[in-house]
Design a protein around this ligand. Structure first.
Ligand code: C5P
Length: 403
């Protein structure tokens, strides 16, 4: 089921008594980490309320093709593009007939025409309707058009008949859907990543900060998401757009970054501290703009900020914890020191005295330091490097999990 993490599933519900089971399908898919959006035909709403599906999916249910309000949010073409997979459960005989005929006379049939995502149908109907030559011909037509048909099961039916036509059970459908996706290196894992600088205010208009661009942390968030993880990116102020499917929490100060890092830390499997956290902050923030005085020298009183990654590494629900070490000399010595002092599992060390890599540049060259060894990776773009780092981290993490 871990394969469903981050997957965007469009669940179509058509009119049939089995529609009450669609609530359970939604719950199972959400539990497995999928983002679920529900589309219901008008007949489906006679069997189960959109409100139930809205509460379970966490999104408003899509009901109408030509609803200006819904189109202003996520229009039908956008919805068709959004889906990684469309599952229609239950699929009624009428719906199967309409979609087999290539009709687009409601939102769900239109989405089937407009999407490039795979479509699976879980038929549910009376056994005679399922056996009917029209339905059978329609099902064959859909199979030839590339649709997958899951079920139906045979057995006792709501109408009292016995025979084929029962919708497959929600657990079975969820497992079949999960099997449609690849198992990736971080499938099912929850990853927190800090990125960018922090800003420590002096007064309402000034702050202490640094030149961190956030590029490395954002690239790591993208790579972790691509590797199947659920990602929370805790970002200081940067000029970057968070990757889609990543939850981005925007923060300013180190203290805010710490609070966002510790929130739901029990669920975190891997924590990567890529942020350049300000070591110190002003002892007090002036209520009003500090005025220029006559003195030539002005002194600021600073207090040490909390060490975010060290706090995470000492937590009772400690995730696999990876830090960065940006050094200008004795790279390995300081990286090893950081590993031990902050109780980290891995340190990604880079020499920031070399021009063109590290801070604010697009490329980086790093050495991976673990308690056992140190491995240098070749200089490359932060995007490529992030992919390699996530692969390496996943290997260590999965090795630790299997112990
Ligand atoms: O101690 P130093 O700043 O060199 O350590 C760098 C590593 O520690 C990075 O992973 C950085 O994100 C993390 N760090 C932190 N909180 C701090 C300082 C650094 O999480 N206050």
């Amino acid at each position: 089921m871990h394969r469903l993490t981050n997957r965007q599933i469009l669940l179509g519900i058509t009119g049939g008594i089995a529609a009450y089971k669609s609530a359970e399908i939604t719950r199972l898919l959400k539990k497995a980490g999928a983002d679920v959006r529900v589309v219901m035909t008008p007949a489906a709403t006679e069997f189960i309320t959109p409100l139930t599906l809205q509460a379970l999916s966490g999104h408003p249910v899509h009901l109408e093709l030509l609803d200006p309000e819904a189109e202003a949010g996520m229009g039908h073409i956008e919805l068709a593009k959004w889906a990684d997979h469309i599952l229609i459960a239950p699929a009624s005989a009428d719906f199967i007939a309409r979609v087999a005929a290539g009709m687009g006379n409601d939102l769900l049939t239109t989405l089937c025409l407009a999407t490039e995502a795979p479509i699976s149908l879980a038929p549910a109907m009376n056994q005679a309707m399922w056996r009917d030559a029209h339905t059978q011909a329609n099902v064959e037509a859909l199979k030839s058009a590339g649709y997958t048909i899951w079920g139906p099961d045979a057995g006792e039916q709501a109408c009292g008949d016995t025979g084929p036509g029962r919708m497959l059970e929600p657990t079975d459908l969820a497992a079949r859907l999960a099997a449609e996706f690849e198992y990736l290196a971080l499938s099912g894992k929850t990853v927190f990543i800090t990125a960018g600088p922090t800003r420590e205010p002096l007064d309402p208009v000034r702050f202490i900060s640094n030149h961190s661009s956030g590029k490395m942390g954002y690239a790591l968030a993208q790579a972790a998401m691509d590797a199947g993880a659920k990602v929370k990116l805790i970002s200081g102020p940067v000029n970057l757009t968070p990757p889609s499917r990543v939850t981005c929490i925007q923060v300013e100060t180190a203290e805010e970054m710490l609070a966002a890092s510790l929130e739901q830390i029990e669920e975190c499997d891997l924590f990567i501290g890529a942020a350049a956290v300000a070591d110190y902050r002003p002892v007090a923030i002036a209520e009003h703009k500090i005025k220029k005085g006559n003195e030539e020298i002005m002194e600021l009183r600073l207090v040490k900020n909390p060490d975010i990654i060290a706090t995470v590494a000492k937590h009772s629900h400690r995730p696999f914890t990876v830090g960065f070490a940006a050094e200008t000399r004795d790279l390995l010595h300081y990286a090893r020191d950081k590993l031990v002092r902050k109780q980290l599992d891995m340190v990604i060390a880079n020499d920031v005295s070399v021009a063109g890599i590290g801070f604010n540049s697009n490329e980086n060259q790093v050495t991976l330091v673990t308690p056992e060894d140190a491995t240098s990776l070749p200089q490359t773009s932060k995007r490529m490097l992030a992919k390699q780092l996530i692969e390496q981290i996943a290997l260590h993490l999965n090795k630790q999990d299997s112990l």
